[in-house]
Each structure stands twice: as C-alpha cells, then as structure tokens.
Design a protein. Structure first.
Length: 270
C-alpha cells in the first residue's frame, strides 16, 4: 500500500491570507525548506531575523499551541531533481496527493454527505476550470441517483437566487477564493436560508462567517493558472473522496443505479 506523508505545508499555505507581512516572510522560509541545526525559538528567530514572539504567533495561526509544537511537526520530504519534463509533472501530482492527505477533514466530508442525502435540491456553481469540476460533479453524482444542477453562467447564478431556500444545498467552487460571481452568488443563497459550502484552496477568515462550510483542498504555486498540471486536479481528488463517502451510504442501491445508467448508455451506443 502506498504511504503518504503528513506535512504542515498545506496548513501554512491555506492560512496565507491571515498572516501579517512578517508572518508571510516566516511562512516563505518554511515553505522553501529552511534547515536549522538548533530548533529552539531563540535560534530560529535569529536565523530568520524575527522575534520569538512572532514565531509563536505564526505557529498559533497555523493551528499549534506554540512554536515548539510547530517545529516538532515541521518536516520537508526529500525531493529528487531531474532534467526531463516528466519528473516535475509526476512530482507535482504526488505533492498534491500528499497535501490532500494532510488537509482533508473526514468529519467535514461526512457532514457534506449528510447534506447531499437530505437536501431536496443541490446546485453547484463554478467558472472556468472550476466550472468544469461543477459539471463533473453533476454527472458523477447523477450516475448514482443524486439530482443536482451545475451552473457556470454568470447570469444564471444571479437568477438562481429565486429558486433557493432552506431545502437547498449550494456549493461554490473557486480555487483562488476570488471568483467574485461565485462568492456573491453563494452569499446570496446563504441569505435565502440555503446551506452553503465553498470549495477553495484559500482559507479566508471571512468565508467561515459567510458560509456553513469551507472545504479546503491542496494548493500549489501558480496552480490556478494551470502552468504545469490541471488546476482541477486537487478539487477532483476531494470530490472523489466525497463521492466515495456518498457511495458507501446504501452502497448496494447506489451500485444498482450506477449499473442502470451504464446499461442505458451502452444501449444508446448500440
């Protein structure tokens, strides 16, 4: 069985928006793989040209009680370097899988599954590459009996507010968290009483107040621009985990529905 490493890198990256300028400088050093002989806060503070108090606040924002606990958890996997173009692509995917393993919250996945099971209507908002994920989610979940709608047009997102209420689950997908139409439409749905979930790579502090759930997925520098690998990949990994949890609820019935849709598709090709 493949073994995955737990890393605190995704925890740092997800909280970048909350850091002060000094804390972002500290974060950049750890993300770059700083090496130190003396892990004490005094020695590290001197090495980073900052204060011990700043290191403590940084560690606490990352979810640790103090810098000592943070530095104990800190680790950096060894990475091989090769000249060819295949290794960087494969390494990027492996890195994102490792980060997903570290960041995924199964209690949150189960809560979202409950919403999928209990809400009368499900809408998924997304633009660009996130819109592609929204359509993928619609197709995959329809294959196992969940009726949902993917909305990727700006005007349709705005107009959809008249159809949402407390019986709806509305999911917005934005890798950056800065796709304004998705955030605004999701907020409008929340104001109408719908249960709202934002899928994003950036844990903006305001999102926790705006939406019922903020489901994080792993991020890599420049991922949203798709420079090396598909920006949809980390979202699809989390979607697969959610799909697997939903599938396992009444698995026999879901497999029967999937087989029926498969048979129907095969007949249409005949």
């Amino acid at each position: 069985m493949m073994q995955f490493e737990r890393s605190i890198e995704p925890l740092i990256e997800a909280r970048m928006a909350q850091f002060t300028r000094n804390e972002r400088n500290i974060a950049a050093q750890f993300l770059a793989g700083i090496v130190f002989d003396d892990p004490s806060s005094k020695a590290v503070a001197q090495q980073l040209n900052t204060s011990e108090a700043s290191l403590t606040r940084f560690a606490q924002k990352c979810g640790f009680r103090g810098f000592r606990e943070f530095v104990y958890a800190y680790s950096r996997p060894n990475k091989q370097t090769r000249e060819d173009f295949v290794q960087p692509v494969l390494a990027s995917y492996q890195e994102l899988l490792n980060k997903t393993y570290s960041i995924v919250d199964m209690a949150q996945i189960r809560r979202l599954t409950e919403h999928l099971l209990n809400k009368k209507r499900v809408y998924v908002y997304g633009k660009g590459s996130s819109g592609m994920v929204a359509r993928e989610m619609k197709l995959r979940f329809m294959r196992i009996g969940l009726v949902c709608e993917a909305i990727t047009d700006d005007d349709m997102m705005r107009m959809n507010v008249v159809t949402v209420d407390k019986d709806c689950l509305v999911i917005g997908i934005s890798i950056s968290g800065r796709t304004q139409i998705v955030v605004d439409a999701l907020q409008a749905a929340a104001e109408e009483g719908a249960t709202t979930v934002l899928f994003t790579a950036n844990e903006g502090r305001q999102f926790a107040k705006m939406f019922d759930e903020v489901l994080l997925f792993a991020v890599k520098n420049n991922l949203e621009y798709g420079r090396m690998i598909s920006p949809q990949f980390p979202v699809l990994v989390v979607l697969d985990i959610l799909y697997a949890d939903y599938m396992n609820r009444n698995k026999t019935a879901r497999e029967t529905i999937w087989q029926r849709t498969y048979d129907a598709l095969q007949q249409s090709k005949g």
